[in-house]
Design a binder for this molecule. Structure first.
Ligand code: AMP
Ligand code: ZN
Length: 114
């Protein structure tokens, strides 16, 4: 997807503050953080949303959570807690249609989300 923001971030055509990268997955700081730690974990593969995940993607999606766990530990969030979110579609406020896992932590969060 040549005009996708997060494809460009993965390919480093747009700069970001990267906290993790390998050939399949990257994590970087959200440009508009909603918590002291607010990272986005994305796959290199352009998948628009959860609605578009295929059977063949299950390992990749699982790996996104393992990376969330690893980063949460590095950031000292494992005990205090953190939130992981996939926004899907209009009602959830999805703004970028390249699947991304939000990792938020470092403050007490309320429930239910707004
Ligand atoms: P969502 O609403 O789930 O689609 O989230 C998109 C997220 O991407 C928002 O939290 C934005 O702040 C974030 N975002 C948009 N552009 C950039 C960018 N260039 N670098 C980092 N984060 C971004
Ligand atoms: Zn993309």
């Amino acid at each position: 997807m040549s005009d996708c923001l997060f494809c460009k971030i993965f390919k480093k055509e747009i700069s970001s503050r990267i906290v993790y990268e390998d050939n399949e997955i990257m994590a970087f700081e959200d440009i508009n953080p909603q918590a002291p730690v607010h990272l986005l974990i994305i796959p290199a593969k352009h998948i628009e949303s959860i609605n578009d995940i295929k059977e063949e993607d299950k390992e990749l999606i699982g790996k996104m959570f393992l990376i969330a766990k690893k980063i949460a530990k590095e950031k000292g969030l494992s005990e205090s807690g953190y939130r992981t979110i996939f926004n899907t579609g209009k009602d959830a406020g999805q703004a970028v249609f390249h699947i991304h896992l939000h990792l938020l932590g470092g403050r007490k969060m309320s429930w239910p989300p707004g």
